[in-house]
Design a protein around this ligand. Sequence first.
Ligand code: 0O2
Length: 209
Amino acid sequence: MDWETLLAPYKQAVDELKVKFRGIREQSQKYNRHSPVEFVTGRVKPVNSILNKAWQKNILPENLENELQDLAGLRIMCQFTEDISTMISLLRNRTDFEIVEERDYITHKKPSGYRSYHVVIKYPVQTLEGERKILVEVQIRTLAMNFWATIEHSINYKYQGQIPENIQLRLQRAAEAAFRLDEEMSQIKGEIQEAQRLFNERAEDAADV
Ligand code: 0O2
């Protein structure tokens, strides 16, 4: 399989969407509004992960692009849980792609403790052969959910999916602690946003001197 050719439009989609989602932050900052986007990351799934997942899910090579929805993946990190809803509304209102599926792992957390909101979009990329619509998975989560998922992902990798029970339990407790942290932060959101506004204004004043 010529992976480079197969994955080229996915790389293009990731690059374009990173710019677009980061643009939401830049626009918010320009108009002195709270940004629902704290930071954005993106990646094309590495070939070994593609092969692993295809093997686990019994996917034939010719069905890869239809059945693996996260060959291209974007992550949008938010400060507050409420920002996730704002982001979902923004995505639903956009006209540069179509939403094909939403998976709410925040209301329905995974047994591991994982929380995140997944939106699968059909995104048109312009290629030399014309337009191609490809699937892209956008994961939206708070900083605390991201912290947990990053740690859990590496532990899962270490144990190849067979995490010892006592560690699984600790991870589930840590996920709840992260959830409570988000709730606490939401309670003092106004205070935090005011402080951030003052901090940004001071940084701008310093830059003008
Ligand atoms: P990577 O390395 O992030 O690409 P399935 O994978 O079978 O659970 P499906 O249908 O592929 O299910 O999609 P799902 O569950 O909506 O999204 C899968 C992706 O969500 C994963 O991709 C992870 O990025 C993330 N994810 C889902 N569950 C967990 C979890 O329990 N812990 C962590 N840390 N991340 C999770 P990949 O391909 O598994 O991995």
